[in-house]
Design a protein around this ligand. Structure first.
Ligand code: PGA
Length: 261
């Protein structure tokens, strides 16, 4: 894993956006894996700024989102369909060419999940997968004890995740128990992964993912087996990394030709 530590949230979001933009500029027909959550709101805001200022064409992009709540209609305010429209797609002139987000209203969940995997394969696989991390180590909605060999499927959220995500629902609404999420292997098959995390709240999770043991108890740790994962974080999120100085030294001494932004 390549750990890149930026001084603050704005710089980290900007760097993640520049990595995405460079990929899109060099390969306009890229297949992007997209994520949701508070972290990505900052990344998408920076991405849209760059796309507009640098006139980056997005109309050939194909996107696949990581996950969606089961039982929420696409126009539900807490659905990830709605999130993506609100934070990215509505402001993306002319693109993407094809947007894929799991259908949380699918009658046949098993067929929906198999179809999602098939669609990723038919698109040629995911070139760059954007990721956030849960405090419990989830990537997508692969909660602790998720099979490290899993593919897109139904998952049950932990009480902790439902409690954290409560903020996006009305007080009298129940947070869904179930989601459809890409599996750990679906994510691992992306050619490049770009993990982004900000803040002290994520520091323990980042340390466990980068430096802890690989374990299904902490699904993000599976990324230690991924050959091309960048981890873009701010200083507070880096505060529990043992080899923090080393990562900073590596990045500072990185030859220009190796840079991805
Ligand atoms: P967050 O969510 O960006 O809202 O912290 C990340 C996640 O839970 O995957």
């Amino acid at each position: 894993m390549e750990v890149i530590i930026e001084p603050d949230v704005d710089a980290a979001a900007e760097l993640a956006a520049r990595i995405l933009v460079r990929r899109i500029r060099e390969h306009p027909a890229s297949v992007l894996g997209l994520a949701t959550g508070g972290t990505q709101e900052r990344v998408y805001a920076a991405l849209l700024r760059l796309v507009h200022s640098d006139r980056i064409p997005t109309d050939q992009l194909v996107t696949f989102n990581l996950d969606e709540y089961v039982g929420l209609a696409p126009d539900h305010p807490a659905s990830y369909h709605r999130y993506m429209q609100q934070h990215l797609f509505a402001a993306m002139e002319g693109g993407p060419k094809r947007i894929n987000i799991p259908n949380g209203l699918a009658r046949d969940i098993v067929a929906e999940c198999a179809g999602y995997e098939q669609a990723i394969r038919e698109a040629g696989g995911i070139d760059l997968q954007l990721l956030g991390i849960g405090e419990d180590g989830h990537i997508g909605f692969n909660e602790p004890t998720s099979s490290l060999g899993s593919r897109t499927r139904l998952k049950t959220l932990t009480a902790e995740t439902r409690w954290i995500n409560r903020a996006f629902f009305k007080p009298d609404e129940e947070v869904p128990h179930h989601v459809i999420t890409m599996g750990v292997v679906t994510i691992m098959e992306a050619r490049t992964c770009l993990m982004v995390a900000f803040g002290e709240r994520k520091a323990a999770a980042i340390a466990a993912m980068v430096e802890g043991p690989v374990t299904a108890m902490f699904p993000a740790s599976a990324l230690q087996y991924h050959r091309d994962t960048m981890v873009v974080i701010d200083e507070p999120a880096a505060s529990q990394l043992k080899l923090r100085d080393y990562y900073q030294g590596v990045y500072a001494a990185k030859p220009a030709w190796q840079r991805r932004d």
